[in-house]
Design a protein around this ligand. Structure first.
Ligand code: NOJ
Ligand code: CA
Length: 585
């Protein structure tokens, strides 16, 4: 490695004293599936609190909790009926406060999920809208329209909903009458998730108040659900293309043939986030005495948009702090695709001075230990069932470990999804009668949906429910393979995936990788991703991910820090393996 090679910087690091969110590793907890405190088979807040020391020991900085608010659970809590209270299945507000206090005592920050595009149809505002009828101010909280055709029998436009079927549902003309002759309401997701009307200032006021409610309770940030959807194009014009919400991860191409979908990524959404950022900043004013960026409260956009450039608009100086970058998650297991995802993402984020984020798994996609065990090239399925082609589990895990090791070496913030630190695969043999994701029914049983990545965590291999809770109940069945992957089977076991994650997180912290500067290294085969991350303090970590069949020699003068798998007998890096090496400055 020569200085000339290092001149080819793809990213200049933000430096050691950068704000926490520029480099944080954030662990996603899916509350129904992490830890069950009371044995009803559904995870809950007291269960989470009792297990938080595990996350401190893992070495993450923060936790993002998927929704735990009052909800009929039509979309696993992404259908909120009360934004200011905890659903009884998860606990109480007091439990939320205890969770926050415990996390803070352990040095962990807590982010909660905010779902502003839609509520539940059981939200008091929606019930009031139905009762009040057409033309009322109550209906203006949502997107109601008269139908087309002589009797209004046709939906107001041709939009489809993300889970399958029409994006409009017709209501009765008179509340409680049971007829279906009334107006139609818009739902980009399930019919039980009516979209709010963000042109109505009352909706804006309400959400600003909800933000303050949780900020006052001490949360450190918000993950903002479908942040790209709040504003729709004026006139709600027809759209003949598919909806493209989850990108290639579920097999939908990004390309809209140059046209702009009228329901996604409208420029008007940014006004909303400018206002939110002002609120967050007011909790830690930058010009106040004693300001510390360690107390920054943050916003992270979930926005499936067309390009890293469009995504960077959500993280301009006065808007959100972070946005999920799905480029890496969507990249196929090819060195060129991974390099492209890394360089394009960093360039786009750098152009607005924001950190990028990285993620490989979440509650909406097939876990990467399974995804990467599928053939390279074809579109990825939205869920895998028993009669679908099955992933190669060993290959998937090996690649997943290499992919994670590459991701955690990159500057920026990384998101981990619960259980990936155990190398959990998706459940791919779940009997269909257990499925709860609305996708399965609404797609006419053609798309399995997301239940396979949402199965309860295994903590102790020999206990009922593998230690998920005090009983043998689990809301989704756990695959038999989870026993050997349980936490207690991996703690302190050399070579286990859990120990690999701990080693990576510790070395990442020690070597300042999250805030380092990145360059690509030349001179390797095109099947290899080779880069160097140089910290503000001058430490250099060389990272090599070998996707080719030929083993790769370790550069001379380097010392092995971590390896995602065993090296060959002669000390070279075999296929589907990532190594971190310290290089002499
Ligand atoms: C994105 C969430 O991650 C997903 O789980 C949910 O179904 C949709 N938004 C709708 O809220
Ligand atoms: Ca429970």
């Amino acid at each position: 490695m020569t200085q000339t090679q290092l001149d080819d910087l793809v990213h200049v690091g933000s430096g050691a004293d950068a704000a926490w969110w520029r480099s944080a590793v954030i662990y996603q907890i899916y509350p129904r599936s992490w830890a069950d405190g009371n044995g009803d088979g559904i995870g809950d807040l007291p269960g989470i609190t009792s297990r938080l020391p595990y996350l401190r020991d893992l070495g993450v900085d923060a936790v993002w909790l998927s929704p735990f608010y009052v909800s009929p659970q039509a979309d696993a809590g992404y259908d909120v009926a009360d934004y200011r209270d905890v659903d009884p299945i998860f606990g109480t507000l007091v439990d939320a406060d205890t969770l926050l206090a415990t996390a803070h005592d352990l040095g962990l920050k807590i982010m909660v999920d905010l779902v502003p595009n839609h509520s539940s149809d059981e939200h008091p505002w929606f019930k009031a809208a139905l009762a009040a009828g057409p033309g009322s101010p109550e209906r203006e909280h949502y997107v109601f329209r008269d139908g087309l055709g002589p009797n209004g029998d046709l939906p107001p436009n041709n939009w489809l909903c993300v889970f399958g079927g029409a994006a409009w549902t017709r209501v009765s003309s008179e509340a409680g009458s049971g007829d279906t002759k009334g107006q139609w309401y818009l739902h980009l997701f399930d019919p039980k998730q009516p979209d709010f009307n963000w042109d109505n200032p009352k909706v804006r006021d309400e959400f600003e108040d909800v933000l303050k409610f949780w900020l006052d309770r001490g949360v450190d940030g918000f993950r903002v659900d479908v942040a790209n959807a709040l504003i729709k194009a004026a006139g709600l014009p027809d759209w003949d293309e598919p909806l493209h919400i989850l990108g290639d991860a579920v097999g939908v191409p990004h390309d809209h043939h140059g046209k702009k979908p009228p329901m996604w990524d409208q420029d008007g959404v940014h006004e909303v986030y400018l206002a939110w950022r002002r609120i967050l900043n007011s909790y830690n004013p930058i010009d106040a005495e004693g300001y510390s960026s360690d107390s920054d409260r943050i916003l992270c956009a979930e926005a499936w948009v067309e390009s890293p450039e469009r995504l960077s608009r959500y993280v301009r100086q006065d808007e959100m702090h972070q946005a999920f970058n799905f480029e890496f998650l969507q990249a196929q297991w090819r060195a060129g695709d991974l390099r492209d995802a890394v360089t394009k993402s960093l360039a786009a984020a750098d152009s607005v001075g924001a950190p990028t984020t990285w993620v490989l798994s979440n509650h909406d996609v097939v876990r990467h230990a399974s995804r990467l065990g599928l053939p390279v090239g074809p579109k990825r399925p939205n869920g895998i069932g028993i009669d679908d082609p099955q992933p190669d589990a060993a290959l998937g895990l090996r690649r997943a470990r290499a992919a994670t090791a590459l991701m955690l070496a990159l500057p920026g913030s990384s998101y981990l999804y619960q259980g990936e630190e155990l190398g959990l695969p998706d459940s791919t043999d779940m009997p269909d009668e257990f499925r709860q994701d609305p996708t399965w029914a609404r797609s006419g049983h053609t798309e399995r949906g997301r239940d396979g990545c949402r199965v309860p965590m295994p903590w102790e291999g020999d206990r009922p429910s593998y230690g998920f809770g005090p009983s043998d109940r689990t809301w989704l069945p756990q695959p038999a393979s989870y026993r050997a992957l349980a936490v207690d089977r991996q703690v302190d076991v050399e070579g286990s995936t859990l120990e690999l994650y701990r080693a990576l997180l510790a070395a990442r912290r020690e070597n300042g990788l999250g805030t380092g500067s990145l360059s690509l290294l030349e001179g390797y085969s095109r099947d290899v991703v080779a880069l160097v991350n140089e910290s503000a303090a001058g430490t250099r970590v060389v990272v090599i991910t070998n996707l080719g069949a030929e083993p790769v020699a370790v550069p001379p003068g380097t010392t092995m820090l971590v390896s995602s798998g065993p090296l060959t007998l002669s000390g070279t890096v075999p296929t589907d393996t990532t190594v971190w090496l310290t290089a002499q400055p």
